[in-house]
Design a protein around this ligand. Structure first.
Ligand SMILES: Nc1ncnc2c1ncn2[C@@H]1O[C@H](COP(=O)(O)OP(=O)(O)OP(=O)(O)O)[C@@H](O)[C@H]1O
Ligand SMILES: [Mg+2]
Length: 217
């Protein structure tokens, strides 16, 4: 799947310049970089939530799933939020079990805690088939146990759904645990991308190395 080059400018300031890349189905792509480096802007443009500078830019014609940095809960039960009109109760129940939110099934989803909401949103996303999934810091609000459950679910889902998954994360440990490839952004530029084993362990660019040295251990 080819993602074409695009840029994003706010008030005359270029906040992102993406050169384009090829994504393989069934693989996890970690996006790392400091606050404000353009990760969420990248995610939003791929998700079609905001427009790139290039008029009529379309990231991908197929099905694209998106979990924003702040997950949304509709004013109905957790189970109804996950089902979203689907009748696949078994699938929804299994996802709730896997994420340990079964006890919240009938609770109003807009009253859940941050970490519970994120788990609900992840289950909602995984109900659906997709070609491209974009998760913007899905585990930022989760505790360690939930994070590991979510990572397990993501690594099971991606090859099964044969979906290319973009995972924006602040956790290098998470990226090292589950990513196949990694992209390092700095000040809106894609500094380095490639196999996770290289980018997250023995990067080529001095900027990536400095980032890992600072945040890495
Ligand atoms: N709607 C907007 N209007 C103006 N500037 C924006 C807007 N959205 C993002 N920016 C700016 O674009 C830059 C990139 O923001 P973005 O949210 O993509 O960063 P990020 O890498 O996701 O950061 P974080 O790690 O904090 O989530 C930042 O400097 C931000 O202030
Ligand atoms: Mg962000």
């Amino acid at each position: 799947m080819k993602i074409k080059a695009f840029s994003k400018t706010y008030n005359g300031v270029r906040v992102l310049d993406f050169p384009g890349m090829e994504l393989q189905p069934g693989k996890i792509y970690a996006v790392i970089g400091a606050n404000g480096s353009g990760k969420s802007t990248f995610a939003r443009i791929l998700a079609g939530v905001i427009q790139a500078d290039q008029q009529g830019y379309h990231p991908h014609p197929g099905s694209v799933l998106y979990m924003p940095q702040k997950s949304y809960a509709f004013r109905m039960s957790t189970q109804a939020n996950i089902l979203m009109g689907s009748r696949e109760y078994k699938k929804a129940n299994k996802l709730m079990e896997d994420l340990q939110i079964s006890h919240l099934a009938l609770r109003r989803a807009d009253k859940l805690s941050g970490g519970e909401t994120a788990r609900m949103a992840l289950a909602r996303l995984m109900m659906r088939p997709c070609e491209l999934a974009i998760l913007d810091e899905p585990t930022a609000a989760m505790d360690m146990e939930s994070t590991l459950l979510a990572e397990k679910l993501i690594t099971d889902y991606v090859p099964r759904a044969n979906c290319a998954l973009i995972l924006v994360t602040h956790s290098l440990q998470q990226a090292r645990r589950i990513a196949d490839y990694a992209l390092f952004f700095q000040k809106g530029a894609l500094v380095e991308s490639g196999p996770a084993q290289t980018v997250l362990h023995v990067p080529a660019a001095s900027e990536t190395k400095a980032f890992l040295d600072f945040f890495g251990s």
